[in-house]
Design a protein around this ligand. Structure first.
Ligand code: NAD
Length: 358
């Protein structure tokens, strides 16, 4: 980052953070001037949806438990129709990126505001990025209307997230922080947030997975996820996110698990080209070799190790390679067919990408 030159684009949103603070939900909805909201969640989180509905009392007109992964456009159409017919004036989205993703798609079309209550570490609540899947694939865009007005983080709501899901979701967040550290639009603020996010996540995740009901480590991990999500919002992501987007979209592989497989291999390739990111991650992880530390923590957390284990067909490696080379994007190290092929082969087989380590 020397000499210093940057553009920092801050987003106006309010964050409420702390164990037990879900009790302030109704006050927060009132503050936003809303009187007829729906609680958007997935089918498996209906109980949490009902808990929030009870806290909201007469301000809640329904729990809407129809969010699913990747935001299919048919569900968006139905939800928007419901919002219009029932004169809904806001969405309280509770859950992970899927619930928040449906609320964003509703907000994009109907312009009603969102209050997000995240219960994973995916970070969507901090970004103006929306995604909607049609037969042609997942369309992605940015729009200020989809940025939640308020985000209420209550670590107690994450206690039910199973260890395996917590591990990969935490690595998903770590990936936002890591790529922010070599982003072309890094600023002193994103740099500080990314370094702290990586430190918090790396410190907390082993306890979160080993003792999922430990509220102190849940608190730390969720705080790291918040900062990492804020980095995702204000910096340009690189090779790691590009590969995860292509792989997730084309083969419907699970989002967070794909991040866990790709992250160490991309860092192994990219970090030798970014002295700054290497140093910041060394500091954050308190380890002289942040690549080795990332491989080790992912393995210790029991996260998936290979795209093969996630069910990606071997022939798909070539397709991902071609798509990833087709359109240029920001990356600290030049990528060509040989180097990217090596990253993808390592990710497919679950090996280290030693061919291009430095
Ligand atoms: P998810 O929202 O699909 O959640 C995974 C599962 O965990 C769901 O069944 C959910 O109900 C359950 N769950 C969530 N919180 C729980 C809890 N506390 N206890 C028990 N179960 C819980 O998964 P995700 O990884 O959070 O989000 C992935 C999606 O978010 C992807 O579609 C991805 O593209 C999107 N995403 C978008 C952005 C953005 O900025 N737009 C950022 C990150 C991720």
């Amino acid at each position: 980052m020397s000499p210093l030159s940057f553009t920092h684009n801050a987003f106006a949103m309010r964050v409420i953070f702390g164990a037990g603070r879900i009790s302030e939900l109704n006050m927060e909805v009132e503050r936003l001037g809303l009187s007829r909201v729906i609680v958007v969640c997935t089918a498996t989180k209906v109980k949490t949806g009902e808990l929030l509905s009870n806290l909201l009392g007469s301000r809640c007109c329904a729990v809407y438990p129809r969010a699913v992964m990747h935001v299919p456009h048919g569900i968006v159409d139905q939800a928007c129709e419901y919002v219009q017919e029932e004169a809904v004036d806001g969405c309280v989205a509770v859950g992970g990126g899927s619930s928040i993703g449906l609320a964003k798609a509703i907000a994009l079309r109907t312009k009603i505001p969102i209050l997000a209550v995240p219960t994973t570490y995916a970070g969507s609540e901090m970004t103006p990025i929306w995604g909607i899947t049609t037969a042609a694939g997942k369309a992605i865009g940015r729009h200020p209307d989809v940025l939640p007005r308020s985000v209420l983080y209550d670590p107690e709501l994450t206690l039910t997230l199973p260890p395996a899901a917590s591990a990969v979701s935490g690595i998903n967040a770590l990936a936002h922080a890591a790529e922010a550290l070599y982003a072309p639009d890094i600023s002193p603020i994103s740099d500080a947030m990314a370094t702290e996010a990586a430190r918090l996540l790396y410190t907390a995740l082993p306890t979160v997975v080993g003792n999922p009901v430990d509220i102190a480590s849940r608190n730390t991990a969720l705080c790291g996820a918040w900062l990492a999500g804020a980095c995702l919002a204000i910096t340009t992501m690189s090779l790691h996110h590009k590969l995860c987007h292509i792989i997730g979209g084309a083969f419907n592989l699970p989002h967070a698990e794909t991040h866990a497989v790709i992250l160490p291999r991309v860092l192994e390739y990219n970090l030798p080209a970014s002295t700054h990111a290497f140093g910041a991650l060394s500091t954050a992880l308190n380890h002289p070799d942040p690549v080795a530390a990332t491989y080790a923590v992912i393995s210790d957390l029991g996260a998936p190790q290979s795209l093969r284990d996630l069910g990606m067909p071997k022939a798909a490696v070539d397709r991902v390679l071609k798509e990833a080379l087709a359109k240029p994007y920001a990356n600290p190290r030049t990528v060509d067919e040989t180097s990217l092929g090596s990253v993808l082969q390592a990710a497919y087989w679950g090996t280290r990408n030693c061919a291009f380590g430095d």
